[in-house]
Design a protein around this ligand. Structure first.
Ligand SMILES: Nc1ncnc2c1ncn2[C@@H]1O[C@H](COP(=O)(O)OP(=O)(O)O)[C@@H](O)[C@H]1O
Ligand SMILES: [Mg+2]
Length: 359
């Protein structure tokens, strides 16, 4: 268990961490989410005693890090994956760590196997790919078989296979009763992995809830409808109480002008897909698409943290609105079309359903 109480850290006149109070419970993956510059890494460094708070406290299993007799056996951390002696082999890197912490040599072989690096254990760490370096960092974090694991943006720069591997590992470790605290600046990424979410912006806590709850509270269900009779349908649906937004030149209908009669799309709120289909059938209207979706989590997150994005990026010279800033700063695939949006939302939903089912 990790506990932060009124944790505050200033750098000059900048409040990097602003009065944070939260608990990270064992037995689940807790996602620590916020735009770049929100204070995630600083908070993690404060918990690990690598930085000193101006006020407040952070404890791991009830004690400040500095008071832990055998820290590696209590908490493992992955902060900078590249903090490795490049000339040393993976095996020797871990061996040195084990020896300085009084851990048995066999643990080195065990963690190498756990992260799938046995075959390259004798290779110099400097020759490792980003993904292999990340695995080595996690091996080091797991060396002391700690109950608490702190991972700062562990999936950054990883390929899909590596991302899948880290996700599975975190869930497995949490299921063993460990405390897993993992940061990310990507909502869609963390929603798939985390059971619980702590969201911060500009050093302040914005949300602290289960992932399922967070998704439900911050997304609006809607249905994408594509029909050549979109205009008429929109009127009929509105007449039955739905809220309808039309987007005639939506990218989900490629070049409508080149294809006479192609449907234009509607986004329909407050009415289930089945009902929409029935209204269309009664009016004899053809539907090209009838797709239930959740408003993208990513946009919910951007909305939530809009006021708290640190950098007003104006790389294209334009003076961005808050939303524009959030978009650039989060550097994510903005779910402009329903395609990517619904895929993200679908997987996030899928995982929360499974979580509920397994409880
Ligand atoms: N060592 C430092 N010295 C000065 N400012 C820092 C230092 N570390 C972080 N900051 C500032 O603190 C804020 C939070 O940074 P950080 O914790 O790295 O955010 P995140 O990890 O969420 O991207 C930023 O404004 C950052 O520029
Ligand atoms: Mg960071």
């Amino acid at each position: 268990m990790i506990e932060a109480r009124q944790l505050t850290k200033r750098y000059g006149d900048r409040l990097a961490v602003d009065d944070l109070t939260f608990t990270v419970e064992p037995g689940r993956v807790t996602g620590f989410l916020g735009p770049n510059g929100a204070g995630k890494s600083t908070t993690m460094r404060l918990i690990l005693g690598l930085d000193r708070p101006n006020s407040g406290t952070a404890t791991i299993n009830g004690r400040p890090y500095a008071e832990l007799a055998r820290p590696l056996q209590v908490v493992g951390a992955l902060l900078e994956a590249r903090a490795v002696h490049t000339g040393r082999s993976a095996y020797n890197h871990l061996l040195v760590l084990a020896q300085t912490q009084g851990l048995p040599k066999r643990r080195v072989g065990e963690v190498l196997e756990l992260v799938g690096l046995e075959s390259v254990a004798r290779r110099r760490a400097g020759t490792f790919s980003l993904g292999m370096g990340q695995r080595l960092g996690i091996a080091a974090a797991l060396l002391g078989d700690p109950q608490v694991l702190i991972l700062d943006e562990p999936v950054n720069g990883l390929d899909p296979e590596g991302i899948h591997w880290i996700r599975t590992l975190m869930k497995t470790l949490a299921a063993q009763g460990r405390t897993i605290f993992v940061s990310s600046h990507l909502m869609s990424e963390i929603a798939i992995t985390a059971d619980h979410l702590l969201v911060i912006g500009r050093g302040r806590l914005i949300a602290n809830s289960s992932t399922t709850e967070f998704i439900e509270r911050n997304t609006t269900p809607s249905v994408l409808v594509v029909s050549p009779g979109a205009d008429r349908l929109a009127g009929l649906l509105a007449g039955e109480g739905a809220r309808v937004e039309s987007s005639p030149s939506d990218s989900t209908t490629p070049s409508p002008s080149a294809e006479p009669g192609a449907g234009s799309s509607l986004t329909v709120y407050d009415m289930p897909a089945a009902h929409i289909g029935e209204v269309a059938a009664r009016a004899g209207l053809v539907l090209h698409q009838l797709t239930p979706q959740r408003a993208s989590l990513e946009s919910a997150f951007m909305e939530l943290t809009r006021e708290s994005v640190e950098y007003a990026v104006r790389s294209d010279g334009s003076v961005g609105s808050g939303q524009d800033r959030a978009n650039t700063s989060l550097s994510t695939s903005a779910p402009a079309t329903s395609q990517s949006g619904s895929a993200e939302a679908a997987s996030a939903d899928g995982s929360s359903t499974t979580e509920e089912g397994s409880r």
